[in-house]
Design a protein around this ligand. Structure first.
Ligand code: F6P
Length: 550
């Protein structure tokens, strides 16, 4: 089937939407005493309550028939079997092989990829323990104290998010820094307090051609040589993570100091590969393997569970319900954990670069919505910033609330407060507060009648705002691995049903090409007229401004 809109399920869902769109979730709970257990799932350590969604049994039945009409199940198997489902780049999609702890053979072009995967894991293991134990030394024989990962997009966001999330597991005294932006301030501010003798650089780039990374890497090498004075010291301070051996060699890094991965690992799904080296350095290889195991558990759940009990499938189809029928334009990720501060930014790339597409696999324009805008902040901070809109704004914003049940070594009372807020917000979004309730409350407070009628409409909450509640026992490498894999597979489900290629990213190319044209035009004082009037105008204003002529 080329488009989901051509399936039998689609018009049925449209009709069903008309019937259900005004129904309030509170009435749904009132009618079904088992709604919580009927609409919740456990997958390994991850618990999902999706009962606070604007759905009933018919909705889920129709959503799963849409998924089946779009061949979701065979498509899942195709990914796990190493088929080249990223057809625009002629590549398999096998981040699942990187964490295949069962070691079952996974074939690409007639070859099992697992021996290579395990070889790189062994290399990461021996390197990370040498650095962590102080046996990998800088040119003055001092142990490494600071690691700077230079990479961008998938070569930055994943390892940065996980390293931060698992900072409680980090080795004290080994500081991990991430430099991504081509803005020189990022590198300079990071290097300002570091010592060349005790700093190790990881140059992380799948292609080893990304402009930002290559510039920052070159400047980092210059900074290093200012202290070390001799290129012979580079091997002790620069390692590379890439698929491109010749470029790594050209840059001056010995391929011995290179950690490989493969074209079947998409950048935004690469934290499980050697791109995860900063994670292994920070938390140790045993914990890195635990991260992989958690993801593997979720992979097995995704591969083997029927759609009705399949957590990524349920979350993916709910997302489609809101994007395509309720026309929700955004989706908020709200981790109630400061450790997961970077999770929304990481998922932004994962979802929006994967499913921000408008052409089907067979090249037709979609006549339906695809990925929503993903955004979010940790709770409770978000409550004091944008939750006003979530509760009383004009837009419907489906939300995922994420929390860990236990937080060892932290203040239990404070953790209960966090949990109370997590629960209160989903309750408030669902129940809202009616006019009658507000009136009763204000009358009980003996407010003057005039004030009551004045304030009443402002204090009403419509409610009926959908959310998923995700709960995990504790933030560990294993549970985090499962959580990330859950979202990766949710993205897969949606891409399959929207019939788009979730694994290419042609949409980022045009801007890169134009920047390459514009950059040399900024070198001199000559007026530029080769672009559209706005771009010409801006370039010329910049030329005047940067020379203090404006
Ligand atoms: O420009 C987008 C992108 O290609 C991402 O998909 C990728 O994660 C990022 O750039 C970095 O690419 P690389 O790892 O090749 O430097």
């Amino acid at each position: 089937m080329s488009k989901p809109t051509q399936t039998q399920a689609w018009p049925k869902l449209q009709k069903h939407f008309q019937q259900i769109k005004e129904q309030h979730m509170q009435d749904m709970f009132a009618k079904d005493s088992k709604r919580f257990s009927n609409y919740s799932l456990q997958a390994g350590q991850v618990f999902l309550d999706y009962s606070k969604n604007r759905i009933n049994q018919e909705t889920m039945k129709l959503l799963f028939s849409l998924a089946r009409d779009m061949d979701l199940e065979p498509r899942i198997q195709a990914m796990f079997n190493g088929e080249k489902i990223n057809f625009t780049e002629h590549r398999s999609v096998l981040h699942i092989a990187l964490r295949n702890r069962s070691n079952r053979a996974i074939m690409v072009d007639g070859q099992d990829v697992m021996p290579e995967v395990n070889r790189v894991l062994d290399k990461m293991s021996s390197f990370s323990s040498r650095v962590r134990q102080g046996r990998w030394q800088g040119w003055t024989k001092k142990p490494i104290k600071d690691v700077v990962n230079i990479g961008i997009g998938g070569s930055d966001l994943g390892p940065k998010m996980v390293t931060k999330a698992l900072s409680a597991y980090a080795k004290p005294g080994l500081n991990i820094h991430f430099v991504s932006n081509v803005d020189p301030a990022h590198l300079e501010n990071t290097l300002a307090t570091l010592d060349q003798q005790t700093t190790l650089f990881i140059i992380a780039s799948k292609t080893f051609t990304t402009q930002e990374t290559m510039f920052n890497a070159t400047r980092a090498r210059e900074w290093f040589l200012k202290g070390a004075m001799d290129e012979m010291h580079i091997p002790a301070h620069f390692v590379a993570v890439s698929t491109n051996t010749s470029r790594v060699r050209e840059f001056g890094i010995d391929p011995e100091n290179m950690f490989s991965f493969w074209d079947w690992v998409g950048g935004r799904f690469s934290l499980w590969s050697a791109i995860g080296l900063p994670i292994a350095l920070s938390i140790g290889m045993d914990s890195f393997i635990e991260l992989l195991s958690g993801a593997h558990e979720m992979d097995e759940h995704f591969r083997n569970s029927p759609l009705e009990q399949n957590m990524p499938a349920v979350m993916g189809m709910l997302g489609i319900w809101y994007s395509d029928f309720f026309k929700a334009q955004t989706h908020a990720l709200l981790p109630y954990s400061q450790y997961l501060e970077e999770f929304p930014a990481y998922m932004q790339q994962a979802e929006m670069e994967s499913n921000g597409k408008s052409v089907t696999l067979d090249g037709q324009q979609t006549d339906y919505e695809t990925a929503p805008v993903i955004w979010g902040e940790p709770g409770t901070n978000g409550q004091h910033a944008f939750f006003q809109l979530l509760h009383q704004g004009t837009r419907l914003v489906p939300c995922d609330f994420i929390i860990f049940a236990r937080q060892p070594n932290h203040h239990p009372k404070q953790h209960r407060l966090l949990l109370a807020n997590y629960l209160a917000q989903t309750e408030a979004m669902m129940t809202g507060r009616t006019k009658a309730q507000v009136l009763k409350e204000m009358q009980a407070g003996k407010r003057p009648g005039k004030e009551i009628s004045h304030l009443l409409p402002h204090r009403v909450f419509p409610g009926n705002r959908p959310s998923n509640s995700i709960m995990l026992p504790e933030l560990t490498p294993k549970s985090l691995g499962a959580l990330i894999a859950l979202y990766e597979h949710k993205i897969f489900v949606q891409g399959a049903v929207w019939n788009i290629n979730s694994f290419d990213q042609w949409g980022v190319e045009l801007g890169k090409e134009l920047a390459r044209v514009i950059e040399p035009e900024l070198e001199d004082d000559l007026e530029v007229s080769s672009h559209d009037p706005s771009t010409n105008g801006l370039i010329n204003v910049w030329k005047a401004m940067s020379r203090n002529k404006v």
